[in-house]
Design a protein around this ligand. Structure first.
Ligand code: SF4
Length: 375
């Protein structure tokens, strides 16, 4: 395994990955400012490897700005990676328009805001019929109506005829998100990338959408990437959790193992912010500061300016992924048994070895427009 190797799958996800990312990296160029010299980039995603097997949910969890949504866009091929590779069914994806079209059909992205992703001047039937027509998956008239009705039934919007005639503003947030998911299902995808699909919904209707995703995994065998800042919902839905911090995966493994025995201090931080009535004792770690400026990310372990366990080595040498349990890995120097005394010496607040601590709250400059976006 490389320093940040593929997310290890637990027993529930033993099948070969449908989609695999190897060393994906995305750096966005930024305009020159007082804080950003010429040639500076936002290190949005750095050397991320991830595997999405059929019939399983992989949660990508992290705070806002951790790079998880950029990673979803890379997986959907909406943006080009700076470096790294995507493999579909274990093979390369040639850059031809025919393959691009086939990829777009097989890998569908569901966005966070169901209202802005639906056109307010068109009814539900239009939204579902359009991809069927574009990809020639249904005929006209009754055949098309039946396909639309089938899609609405799959996402439990019944009676289908009634929902097909509604406009987005006539639906609740949960119903709109179900329409967005039905639209993604219209082209019979094998991989669904759900980017914060419940974060804009009322708490009372989130569970219904999560259960719908769980049904799609079990009934249709979809490989699902569930992108979220909420590790509690990831624990509920996912088979595997990959925790992202500052553009990198810092911990990954079976969902139960990652949430019951979090090995990385950042995962412990996330869990301490997510009350869990089933947990007997809350993790001792509490919130400490904000994510770093990704134009100049901290050297060494990117979490070291916020980490209560930070040691001298953390400030200058990035930790490699280390296996801590079956299928469970974490990138942290706490798992290295052979550090010397100097390397283990603690970093105190204000220690001159701490890198980037003064830049934590500084927002990154706006990204420069990206030439030649891939669609
Ligand atoms: Fe904390 Fe060091 Fe581990 Fe990073 S490598 S999480 S700074 S102990």
């Amino acid at each position: 395994m490389s320093a940040r190797g593929p997310v290890a799958a637990g027993p529930a996800t033993a099948s070969a990955p449908l989609l695999e990312a190897r060393g994906l990296t995305k750096h966005f160029p930024v305009r020159k400012t007082r804080l950003a010299p010429r040639g500076a980039v936002v290190h949005a995603v750095d050397d991320v490897s991830l595997a999405l097997p059929a019939g399983s949910v992989t949660a990508i969890v992290g705070e806002s700005g951790s790079g998880k949504s950029t990673l979803a866009k890379l997986l959907a091929r909406l943006i080009r990676p700076t470096s790294g590779q995507l493999l579909l069914d274990g093979g390369d994806i040639p850059p031809t328009s025919r393959v691009r079209r086939s990829y777009a059909r097989q890998v569908q992205l569901v966005l966070q805001d169901p209202f802005s992703s639906l056109n307010p001047v068109h009814d539900v039937r239009y939204h579902l019929a359009r991809p069927l027509k574009v990809h020639r998956l249904a005929g006209q008239g009754g055949d098309l109506d039946q396909s639309v009705a089938d899609l609405l039934e799959r996402v439990a919007l019944l009676p289908a005829a009634q929902f097909a005639a509604k406009y987005p503003h006539e639906l609740s947030g949960g119903q709109r998100q179900r329409v967005a998911i039905a639209r993604a299902l219209a082209v019979a995808p094998r991989i669904l990338l759900a980017d914060e699909p419940v974060s804009m919904l009322d708490v009372s209707i989130r569970l219904g959408v999560l259960n719908l995703l769980a049904d799609l995994r079990e009934r249709d065998g979809l490989a699902i990437a569930y992108v979220t800042h909420d590790i509690a919902s990831a624990r509920y839905l996912a088979d595997v959790i990959a925790v992202m911090y500052a553009g990198q995966i810092v911990e990954s493994g079976p969902a139960g193992s990652v949430t019951d025995q979090p090995a990385h201090p950042y995962t412990q931080l996330l869990l301490s912010a997510a009350p869990d009535p089933d947990r007997a004792q809350a993790p001792a770690l509490r919130g400490r500061g904000a994510p770093p400026n990704l134009v100049t990310p901290p050297a060494g372990c990117r979490f070291h300016p916020r980490c209560p366990h930070a040691m001298r080595i953390c400030a200058d040498t990035p930790p490699a992924m280390t296996q801590v349990a079956a299928g469970h890995a974490s990138a942290c120097w706490l798992h290295a048994p052979d550090l010397d005394r100097l390397q283990r010496s603690p970093l105190a607040p204000g220690d001159p070895h701490i890198s980037g601590a003064g830049e934590r709250a500084a927002p990154p400059p706006p990204p420069a427009p990206e030439p030649g976006k891939e669609t």
